[in-house]
Design a protein around this ligand. Structure first.
Ligand SMILES: Nc1ncnc2c1ncn2[C@@H]1O[C@H](COP(=O)(O)OP(=O)(O)OP(=O)(O)O)[C@@H](O)[C@H]1O
Ligand SMILES: [Mg+2]
Length: 258
């Protein structure tokens, strides 16, 4: 029983300063296993900085990041990935000159610490080939496995990015604006896909998103950041009604209009 109530991820007073600016200022959150949680907030609120600290791309100035109770703050990204936190990027992060399947194979091999043998393995290892194809099939990309990645549409590249995240067998899947730049149909498909993936393997999804339709269509819980601090947390409808949250968004629009 106790285990079920232990959050999978906790941050305690997590803080990042850039000179005089506290980009993230004492943020404490909890994610429960299997939840879909969205992190929202106006531009510059500190979302990406917060993500960077959780995934190991930035060392916190202070505070703790606990993955199932173990402090991982300041550990390098590959260790954090191996511990179970997978992350995609706002900017597409794939090798265009490799095939779609090879991109997934690279992720599988490098996750297992065999990167030196990578190019001798590519194309030869049948098990690896099959494993990559299974991941691609889960994302509906199986027919593209042999194509050069550079020829894919932007939307399919973003799906490939998700395949690369899944290749490291994460428990927590962190997606920074997964639908940015997608068409409405592609956006709907990604929402469906995230729901299906969660139902299949009970991943915990932690998503930043500017598109409120995506946030309200997908998230079970919403965390709102504003000027480095956690302003509100709750169910999407609660957060939407919260006057402080409304003021934060409107206030920032007025600031930028001025
Ligand atoms: N490497 C850095 N050095 C200095 N300042 C930074 C750095 N990275 C971010 N900042 C500043 O920290 C604040 C938070 O930025 P961050 O990118 O985390 O916001 P965000 O919520 O992700 O914004 P957006 O919605 O535009 O992606 C901003 O004021 C930004 O200019
Ligand atoms: Mg950002």
């Amino acid at each position: 029983m106790a285990e079920q109530t232990t959050p999978i991820l906790t941050t305690e007073d997590l803080t990042k300063r850039f000179g005089g600016l506290a980009a993230v200022d004492g943020v404490s959150i909890q994610l429960n296993e299997g939840e879909i949680v969205a992190l929202i907030g106006p531009n510059g609120a500190g979302k990406t900085t917060f993500y960077n600290m959780v995934s190991g791309r930035m060392t916190p100035t202070s505070g703790r990041v606990l993955l199932r109770g173990t402090d991982i703050a300041g550990k390098p990204p590959h260790e954090i990935a191996r511990a179970g936190i997978g992350r995609s990027f706002q900017i597409t992060n794939v090798f265009n000159e490799l095939t779609v399947r090879e991109n997934v194979q690279v992720a599988l091999v490098s996750h297992r610490g065999k990167s030196l043998r990578l190019f001798s393995i590519l194309g030869r290892d049948k098990a690896l080939h099959r494993e990559a194809d299974e991941i691609l099939a889960r994302l509906g990309l199986e027919s593209m496995a042999g194509l050069r990645t550079g020829t894919l549409s932007y939307g399919d590249k973003r799906l490939l990015e998700l395949a690369i995240v899944l290749a490291i067998e994460p428990e927590i899947v962190m997606l920074d604006e997964p639908t940015a730049g997608l068409t409405p149909d592609e956006t709907t498909a990604v929402i469906e896909l995230i729901r299906t993936l969660r139902a299949e393997r009970s991943y915990t999804f932690f998503i930043t998103e500017h598109d409120m339709e995506v946030v309200f269509g997908l998230a079970e819980r919403v965390l709102v950041m504003h000027r480095g601090q956690l302003l509100a947390t709750g169910a999407p409808e609660e957060v939407q009604k919260n006057p402080e949250v409304r003021r934060a968004y409107l206030g920032d629009e007025e600031d930028s209009a001025a």
